[in-house]
Design a protein around this ligand. Structure first.
Ligand code: HEC
Ligand code: HEC
Ligand code: HEC
Ligand code: HEC
Length: 485
């Protein structure tokens, strides 16, 4: 097919050259003084085609030949300069940041990783173009934000401005919720609070009993805000939702819900790292933001000798790459931070029973659990290729196991696994990835739901599914999912 189209291209090329050349020859002998026809007083002369057209054609033909010789355009012939699609400027950029970032990540600590990323112009450039494509619609081309969308260049952070905070914001998304106070507080109290809040940015801090009782739990004792719930600092001149007394009153009365979408499934780790570096580079003193990171953290850096104690325990079974070393220990790479954290919590509370894991997590404090969750969620999980199951004429998937995964069984009210776990069961913000997890592990989990050793899934979503599956189905599903790559 390729050869045929190449041969035809060459034949057409010569036919075109021949046509142009013969036209040129034919009209060369034309006589511009001779009238060939007359109509309504207009003479049509027998003029030759102007030479400039011929020259233009000649240039176009030569250009086409040069192009064909240099670039791949005929069958599988690659052209003389060995150009490939990867040489395209846009593609080359993402390939290069992967090499650059992977090399940088082998630095000792996160602090060093982010300091080095700041110095890599290609990483910052790729962050900038990713920002233009994914973020500028809400945060503005210059990242200075707009009404309801925070500025990312000032020092006023809702969730913290260290590279780890910014990475977590982009990877997991954020939901800022401020409850409505209408009906909870009296109109008089709301007026008093409106007045109080609007004057917080003037003069030294003065406390207020109503604020202490109702607002300081989120906004902080001195109204400085809190990164853990994303409550803004109310003592400066920066207002996300309006600065007039009427705005402030409306916001207190009605409350607010503001959402930053999560990009963990849409962008790769390295893309999020380059975005994070770009945002940090926009700060007036980027190094300040890096310095506020906890000293000696190893969430992004990859130096196995230097892993913090808590992770050294985990990687013995789950692997430093999160792909599992011990049979029975699941792959954790790329699972969502919130999912991992929640599972650790379920082991502590006993809602999920497993002697090994319960012993290990019993000693962990919140900080350790968060560190472990962010470490494993930041690791890359293997790609999965698209699956196209064979269907019968009426559109029903033929293989019963594939049918359960991609279409479900509506007679038994079993939703497709893919509706929750994602089209290729690659996982989504709220549901873990199944593809490529070991068959023994998957099977054990499904039977654990049956026996009640695993509970705590929100709304009993999985328990409801498992209760409708037969033992044989559980086994064949586990085998099939483990082979998906
Ligand atoms: C449960 C935590 C919580 C409590 C309690 C709370 N807030 Fe908030 N508040 C927030 C969050 C989160 C936001 C930011 C919403 C967003 O993400 O945009 C906010 C935003 C605001 C804003 C808008 C700031 C701006 O920049 O536009 C005002 C004003 C405010 N709160 C006042 C109050 C007052 C007054 C009280 C007490 C009556 C109070 N809040 C209690 C969490 C809380
Ligand atoms: C659909 C609109 C939207 C898009 C697209 C979006 N964001 Fe956001 N972003 C928000 C909102 C809204 C908030 C504030 C959330 C809150 O108030 O709780 C936010 C908050 C943030 C914060 C935290 C700011 C702080 O003060 O702590 C960062 C960092 C951020 N976004 C970065 C990004 C990046 C990087 C991208 C692109 C990959 C992006 N955002 C895309 C809407 C968006
Ligand atoms: C001795 C081996 C071993 C060690 C060490 C270990 N794990 Fe595990 N982990 C397991 C096994 C086995 C399971 C499967 C438990 C089950 O069947 O429910 C598991 C399950 C998990 C899960 C659930 C994953 C999922 O997909 O639901 C998480 C999260 C986890 N481990 C995190 C950790 C962390 C964090 C550490 C370090 C603090 C750690 N593990 C240390 C063996 C281990
Ligand atoms: C209604 C949504 C929903 C559907 C449909 C669903 N799941 Fe799940 N699944 C979940 C949730 C939620 C979890 C996480 C449970 C938790 O938080 O402990 C989960 C977890 C799992 C796990 C544990 C993964 C791990 O890493 O430990 C397995 C295995 C699983 N699902 C298999 C399946 C299979 C097979 C199907 C189809 C027959 C299916 N699920 C359909 C919601 C769903």
């Amino acid at each position: 097919m390729n050869i045929l189209s190449s041969v035809l291209s060459i034949i057409f090329f010569f036919i075109m050259v021949a046509v142009i050349y013969s036209q040129f020859r034919k009209t060369k002998t034309a006589d511009s003084n001779k009238t060939v026809e007359q109509f309504d007083g207009i003479d049509e002369k027998d003029a030759p085609i102007p030479k400039v057209f011929f020259v233009a054609y000649l240039i176009a033909f030569i250009g086409a030949i040069v192009y064909v010789l240099l670039y791949p355009s005929l069958a599988s012939w690659k052209g003389f300069i060995g150009w490939t699609e990867n040489d395209d400027a846009y593609v080359a950029k993402s390939i290069d940041i992967n090499n650059n970032i992977n090399a940088i990540i082998n630095a000792n600590t996160d602090e060093q990783v982010f300091t080095l990323l700041q110095k890599d112009p290609l990483v910052l450039q790729s962050g900038k173009s990713l920002f233009g494509d994914n973020c500028s619609a809400c945060h503005g081309q210059d990242a200075k934000g707009q009404y309801n969308y925070p500025s990312l260049v000032d020092k006023d952070w809702l969730y913290g401005g260290s590279p780890q905070d910014v990475y977590t914001t982009i990877h997991n998304g954020r939901k800022g919720k401020m409850p409505a106070w209408k009906g909870v507080l009296s109109g008089k109290d709301i007026d008093e609070l409106t007045q109080y809040v609007s004057e917080l940015n003037k003069g030294p801090f003065k406390s207020n009993a109503l604020f202490d009782a109702n607002c300081s739990s989120c906004h902080g004792k001195e109204a400085q805000g809190s990164h853990s719930v994303g409550a803004p600092n109310l003592t400066n001149d920066i207002w996300l939702h309006g600065s007039t007394n009427a705005d402030i009153k409306r916001n207190i009365e009605n409350g607010m819900y503001n959402e930053m979408p999560d990009f963990g499934q849409r962008l790769s780790r390295n893309q999020i790292l380059s975005l994070t570096s770009y945002i940090v580079s926009l700060q007036s003193e980027p190094q300040d933001n890096i310095d506020i990171m906890q000293a000696n953290t190893y969430i992004f850096s990859r130096n196995e000798q230097q892993l913090p104690a808590v992770l050294t325990t985990c990687v013995a079974c789950h692997g430093a790459d999160g792909l599992g070393t011990l049979p029975g220990a699941p792959k954790l790479a790329g699972l969502k931070q919130a999912y991992i954290y929640n599972q650790l919590h379920l082991f502590v509370s006993g809602l999920r029973k497993n002697a090994t894991m319960q012993n290990i997590v019993a000693d962990l404090d919140v900080k350790d659990k968060l560190l472990a969750a962010s470490y494993f969620s930041s690791l890359d999980s293997p790609a999965i290729s698209k699956i196209t199951p064979e269907k019968s004429a009426d559109g029903i998937i033929k293989d019963p196991t594939e049918r359960l995964i991609f279409q479900g069984d509506w007679q038994r009210a079993i939703p497709a696994c893919s509706t929750c776990h994602g089209q290729e069961t690659q996982g989504s913000p709220s549901f873990p990835r199944l593809a490529g997890q070991s068959s023994d592990y998957l099977e054990k989990q499904l039977f654990d739901w049956r026996t009640g050793d695993r509970t705590g899934d929100q709304g009993h979503m999985m328990q409801n599914v498992v209760n409708k599956l037969t033992d044989d189905e559980i086994k064949s599903l586990s085998k099939y999912l483990s082979k998906m790559k």
